[in-house]
Design a protein around this ligand. Structure first.
Ligand SMILES: Cc1cc2nc3c(=O)[nH]c(=O)nc-3n(C[C@H](O)[C@H](O)[C@H](O)COP(=O)(O)OP(=O)(O)OC[C@H]3O[C@@H](n4cnc5c(N)ncnc54)[C@H](O)[C@@H]3O)c2cc1C
Length: 380
């Protein structure tokens, strides 16, 4: 057993942190306050190989695998999860293209995402169905050599800034429930596609979250990803990987909370002594540190298994589930340790507290992870 990261992964980790530390802070506050998206930073990150770093080199990626991408989501989230979200999610949806798409789709879409020219969005959630993935209603009907697509998607990361959407649609309404769906690539400039940036989020405010309206959108049938009717299973496979990266976000945000809290309890004096000298503060730091180390083990192992060609959906779900809980509780401890100061904009912990909650909501709510794990644990 070897717990050491490879030298390539160590270099990637350190380089990503340096990039985030240099580039994010001047923009963080403004982007959070004004809900501003920063395309320029995505372009800069792409130039360093940080966008789609998990994609093999032959399709323009850095070939760093899922573990490598988890290190990226961890390090960017240690600095600012909102801006970081724009960077890692610039390739969201492309996992399906890599694993199920045609050679032509891989060459067309993956290479342009990796070099920063294009941004993708994974457009799955609908206004009436999020957790219930088989409840989506967007329809794609064949007409000549095309599909004509109608429906609504919501809460889609990057959609207003994206060049194409990887979209879940019903193509086979007569089939059994889970065999009705297909993933289809829709270039965002296609006639009939409208995107609306949604404002008013509690956290992750520097990321773009949009609704998408699809009205008689016509795309060639060659935009189908893989086989018709496989969309549901393809999406489940995609989550096995992307949940590891969200768990990486959880890890990074939790580490930031711990680092900032340690700094603060050393500086702050209460009852004539450093705050950190009181056992109740030490308990909070200890709870954070232990959970972070346990989470690191889950994230890195789940990512490593994906890279070994043995993705483990239950481990990915555990990493995401435990990651969300850890991030929310670390952000809570960090605000508590900062006392009243932690409630003010001037202190970063209030932002992390707001940002953390999304980690228990997207890419499967924590309840959805419980359903997955509850079924898995009782399997014969
Ligand atoms: C900032 C942000 C970014 C996002 N980015 C994307 C994106 O890029 N692409 C995308 O497709 N989606 C995205 N989403 C959507 C996100 O994945 C969904 O919001 C999430 O899956 C939950 O779906 P929902 O909001 O419809 O909640 P619902 O499914 O309506 O769930 C409501 C509540 O009921 C619970 N619940 C549901 N079913 C059960 C059950 N069977 N048993 C017990 N409890 C249950 C849920 O856990 C939740 O607590 C994003 C959301 C946000 C807020």
């Amino acid at each position: 057993m070897d717990f050491e990261l490879s030298s390539e992964h160590q270099m990637l980790r350190d380089m990503t942190y340096r990039f985030a530390k240099d580039k994010f802070p001047p923009l963080s506050e403004e982007c959070d306050r004004e809900e501003k998206y920063t395309r320029d930073l995505v372009t800069e990150a792409a130039a360093l190989g940080l966008v789609g770093a998990w994609i093999p080199e032959e399709y323009g990626g850095a070939g760093m695998g899922s573990l490598g991408n988890a290190l990226i989501t961890e390090q960017i989230s240690r600095v600012d999860m909102g801006i970081g979200h724009n960077i890692w999610a610039a390739s969201f949806g492309c996992e399906a293209i890599l694993h199920f798409g045609s050679e032509e789709q891989k060459k067309t879409y993956l290479t342009r995402v990796c070099n920063g020219e294009w941004i993708s969005a994974g457009a799955f959630t609908e206004p009436n169905a999020g957790t219930d993935v088989a409840g989506y209603r967007t329809r794609a009907v064949k007409d000549g050599n095309d599909y004509v697509i109608n429906g609504n998607k919501t809460f889609i990361t990057n959609a207003s800034n994206s060049d194409f959407l990887v979209t879940q649609c019903i193509t086979n309404p007569e089939a059994k429930r889970h065999d009705q769906f297909s993933l289809i690539i829709i270039p965002t400039k296609t006639q009939g596609v409208t995107t609306n940036h949604l404002t008013g989020k509690m956290g992750l405010r520097s990321s773009d979250t949009s609704e998408v309206v699809l009205e008689d959108v016509r795309v060639p049938q060659s935009n189908l990803v893989g086989k018709e009717g496989n969309g549901f299973r393809q999406l489940m496979d995609l989550f096995d990987t992307t949940r590891v990266w969200i768990a990486g976000q959880c890890l990074g945000l939790s580490e930031a909370c711990l680092e900032e809290s340690i700094k603060y309890v050393k500086e702050r004096t209460v009852f004539g002594k450093p705050l950190g000298s009181f056992q109740i503060s030490q308990l909070k730091l200890t709870e954070m540190a232990v959970a972070i180390e346990a989470l690191r083990g889950l994230v890195y192992k789940a990512g490593w298994l994906v890279d070994q060609g043995r993705p483990d959906y239950s481990l990915s779900a555990m990493a995401k589930y435990f990651g969300g809980k850890t991030a929310v509780s670390c952000a809570n401890y960090a605000v508590e340790l900062h006392g009243g100061y932690g409630y003010f904009e001037e202190y970063k912990v209030q932002k992390w507290y707001r940002d953390a909650k999304i980690l228990e909501l997207y890419e499967g709510t924590k309840e959805a992870e419980i359903l997955t794990l509850g079924r898995h644990l009782q399997r014969d």
